[in-house]
Design a protein around this ligand. Structure first.
Ligand SMILES: Cc1cc2nc3c(=O)[nH]c(=O)nc-3n(C[C@H](O)[C@H](O)[C@H](O)COP(=O)(O)OP(=O)(O)OC[C@H]3O[C@@H](n4cnc5c(N)ncnc54)[C@H](O)[C@@H]3O)c2cc1C
Length: 472
């Protein structure tokens, strides 16, 4: 309730009332019954108390919210799907500009384009585009929001066939720090358009995103194959070897994990080390069945869940394992190779961890993602052979710091194989070193130039922050 006093004292009820009267959406105060629900974010490690939550109904509300936050000198957190690992979409004592009520989408099947509002999750987005057999690279967990995901880059099951999500962004409407709406595209504000594709939420509040769509499914050959811990080395080496010749249609991920207590795995495996190979073949089901066959015979499988399925089913397959309310720590490394020593190191690190959920995701890169020139977008680290996402998750606070320490140690242990680059969307901790690692120096310099132009006072600083050169 400290935040209540703060909001009342600092802002004043009359000012809040005036703000409220100018909104089409909802103003949520700390005294409101739905405040706790409205302030909650996916990662419960960030239990913060904003002074205000402005649940925007449209662009006009976003413009008003930006203007209000700036004039009152409030810290600004921008929210889409609330899945920021680092907790950037909430604040203690600041204002949350919540775009989650903005869920409109228009799909044009003829031009294969979609114009979507930032409050959509991938689940809703895919539902609409799949009605026409179309899709764009989306999140591995379908409750993730499209906005934060796209602005940071966007790795998903279509990345080798269609590129990163941000590679398929055609234009965006953005409310910049001065409260004005601009459209960014190759033709208009190209410096902003470039920066939005990988530079995260540094440049304003996006109110509309236009995407290029691709024919996908609705039925694809996809799923997961689980192998025992005893065959982990063989499976990971086999998968690594197969990635050298995989076609672009096939995007896969190897996951080293503690088996969850799911009914499709034998009870004896629950709580034990297992390796899962997951993937989607974005082509015909027949070709997918043939191409994925070697992935399903890397050893004797514990469970083989690969087969023809709706693309939307694959998009939702992992959702039950990644529900809101737990404490989560993610950190990512970009790997230029995965030799036998790297595999041994990953397995040793996994064994050394104690988090009840600890997963080492190896996303196979290359394909369409790697063919976009490094300077074309702010997401520039395109040559990584694998993106390693190190995940520690526990139901409550107990032991969480230790688990986060394990994730950091694992990251460090992989230094010999790392390109030194990072990925803003998979980074739990803010910090200049993390931000700089996410971009090559010339990319970072261009981001600073865009920041200077569109947010010179760093109003939008709750993100992997690109600081303007003025020192804010
Ligand atoms: C369970 C889970 C699975 C994930 N899977 C993947 C994956 O497969 N691939 C991948 O690449 N990433 C993945 N991520 C990471 C994800 O891409 C980022 O956390 C992303 O920021 C989430 O976007 P959001 O809109 O849901 O988050 P929010 O918390 O709402 O926003 C995160 C940040 O994005 C910016 N932002 C959000 N909305 C706007 C807006 N309208 N305008 C301007 N800036 C905005 C802000 O800086 C904000 O702080 C996953 C995360 C989780 C928690």
């Amino acid at each position: 309730m400290a935040a209540t006093a703060n909001a009342r004292n600092v802002i004043g009820e009359a000012t809040l009332g005036e703000l409220e009267a100018t909104l089409r959406g909802q103003l949520v105060r700390p005294t409101d019954p739905d405040y706790d629900q409205a302030r909650a974010v996916w990662n419960a490690a960030h239990d913060r108390h904003p002074a205000l939550i402005i649940r925007c109904a449209g662009t006009a509300d976003v413009m008003r919210a930006v203007e209000f936050a700036r004039s009152e000198g409030l810290e600004v957190a921008v929210r889409g799907g609330a899945h920021s690992i680092a907790g950037f979409s909430t604040s203690d004592g600041g204002v949350v500009i919540d775009t989650s009520p903005m869920q409109g989408i228009r799909v044009d099947p003829t031009s294969r384009r979609a114009v979507a509002q930032p409050g959509l999750t991938w689940s809703a987005f895919d539902h609409e585009t799949q009605a026409f057999g179309l899709a764009v690279t989306g999140g591995l967990v379908s409750s993730t929001g499209i906005a934060g995901f796209t602005l940071g880059g966007g790795l998903g099951w279509l990345l080798r066939k269609c590129g990163l999500t941000c590679d398929n962004l055609l234009s965006a409407d953005v409310v910049t720090a001065d409260g004005q709406l601009v459209t960014a595209s190759e033709q208009e504000h190209p410096d902003l358009f470039w920066a939005l594709r990988g530079g995260g939420g540094n440049f304003g509040v996006v109110t509309s995103l236009e995407y290029r769509l691709h024919p996908v499914g609705p039925l694809v050959f996809a799923g997961a194959v689980f192998y025992t811990g005893a065959s982990a080395v063989q499976v990971l080496r086999g998968w690594r070897d197969l990635t050298a010749t995989m076609p672009d249609e096939l995007t896969t991920l190897a996951n080293i994990l503690v088996a969850p207590p799911v009914p499709f795995l034998p009870e004896a495996a629950h709580g034990q080390l297992v390796v899962a190979i997951l993937g989607v073949y974005a082509g015909s089901v027949e070709d997918g069945a043939k191409t994925t066959q070697p992935l399903r015979t890397l050893a004797e499988p514990l469970a083989d869940l690969m087969g023809p399925m709706p693309y939307t089913a694959m998009q939702g397959l992992l959702d039950p394992l990644w529900t809101t309310g737990a404490q989560n720590y993610f950190t990512a490394a970009l790997l230029d190779r995965l030799d036998d020593d790297a595999i041994d190191t990953l397995l040793a690190q996994h064994a050394a961890g104690e988090a009840p959920v600890r997963e080492l995701h190896l996303h196979h890169g290359g394909g369409a993602m790697s063919r976009v020139p490094a300077g074309a977008t702010a997401f520039a680290h395109r040559n990584a052979a694998y993106v390693l996402n190190i995940i520690a998750r526990s139901p409550d606070r107990e032991g969480f710091e230790q688990h986060a320490g394990w994730a950091r140690a694992t990251h460090q242990a992989m230094d010999p194989w790392s390109t030194g680059g990072g990925y803003v969307n998979f980074t739990s901790e803010p910090g200049q070193d993390k931000v700089q690692a996410s971009y090559p120096p010339d990319t970072y310099a261009r981001l600073v130039a865009a920041k200077d132009r569109y947010d010179p006072t760093n109003l939008f600083r709750l993100n992997q922050n690109v600081r303007p050169s003025g020192g804010h």
